[in-house]
Design a binder for this molecule. Sequence first.
Ligand code: SF4
Ligand code: SF4
Length: 362
Amino acid sequence: MNVRYVRWAILGIILIGSMILNYLHITAGAAFPSVHAICPLGGLENLQIWLSGHANLQKLFSGTMTLLFLSLGITIIFGRAICGNICPFGAIFEFIGKLTPKKLSISAHSDRVLRYVKYIILAIVIGMAWITATLWVSPYDPYVAYAHIWSGAEILNENGIGLLILLVVLAVSLVIGRFFCKYLCPAGALFGIFSLVSPTRVTRSECMECGKCARSCPMGIEPGRKTAVNASECIGCTTCVDVCPSKTPVIRMTIAGKTAKPLLFVLGTVCIFFGAIALLNTVGFLQVTVPPIGSIQQGGAPLNIMDLRGSMTIEEGAVYAGMDLAEFYRVMEIPKTVPATTPLNKVPNYVPGYDFHAMKAK
Ligand code: SF4
Ligand code: SF4
């Protein structure tokens, strides 16, 4: 069986599912998780404030931390399989790359140097998030821009730069396969670091050097030229194993030296990831949205003010914060003339310059 078709089908389903989730978040609001809350990198940005015992960064939840730890655990065992078999953003770049079979050739030296750029971006993203205690990269993040395409022209207000970067990266991906994953993605860099300790490797013995595996590798690794592929760059897609025409298995996906069948590896990593998510959700470790307002009204614990969302109306904010309405107006310094049905992020329509997020942090 051509495992790559199965993998593309899986990536296609995940991509469509993520698009629906993004659409629901934009159109139906806080009942559906934002892209920030379900990105493992968000968990790393949140780590410092989370360890200090404070509330989570704006737009993040305790479940974001769960996703970070789950993703790192999977990476430690299976390498960057999340990049190859699960990440919807990576899927976009792989599919876009299929539109143009001819690719630019980059010298081995430039390629090697450029692959370090993503580690620098990771250090900047995390450093700035920890220093500023905000999702500092959000306005420049092409993944956030992609997730907000459903907000129409509004995207230009908060994510205009991210959108521009997204368009550039998409265009370049037509001529350089998985350009973003190879050179720019901070999450890929994070997984790359943790995959160094993984027992999962693509290994190769003597072969006829037909070059098929090198031409088909979406990460441009040229597995056929190496006896063990660089674990921090390999995304565990198994394509090289799948396309190898040799009758004897010269190129193999291995876990702790044992051969893993490509189909089993792809399906296994996907099932383990989503199975763990289902389990963690069932036991209540995957809170990535605000709880329903009814649960607070029925005596549930109120939210920390830092965890209020801009999409909540003033009266909802008061309920979530466990305050009466008048107190909430006072604490948030909102003039009483602003209707209580106004979403908190729309208060500036009545009070120019009002900054809901700054007010929360006061
Ligand atoms: S490198 Fe980044 S965008 Fe690419 S697959 Fe990995 S996490 Fe996704
Ligand atoms: S080396 Fe093989 S498994 Fe790794 S990314 Fe390239 S094609 Fe996929």
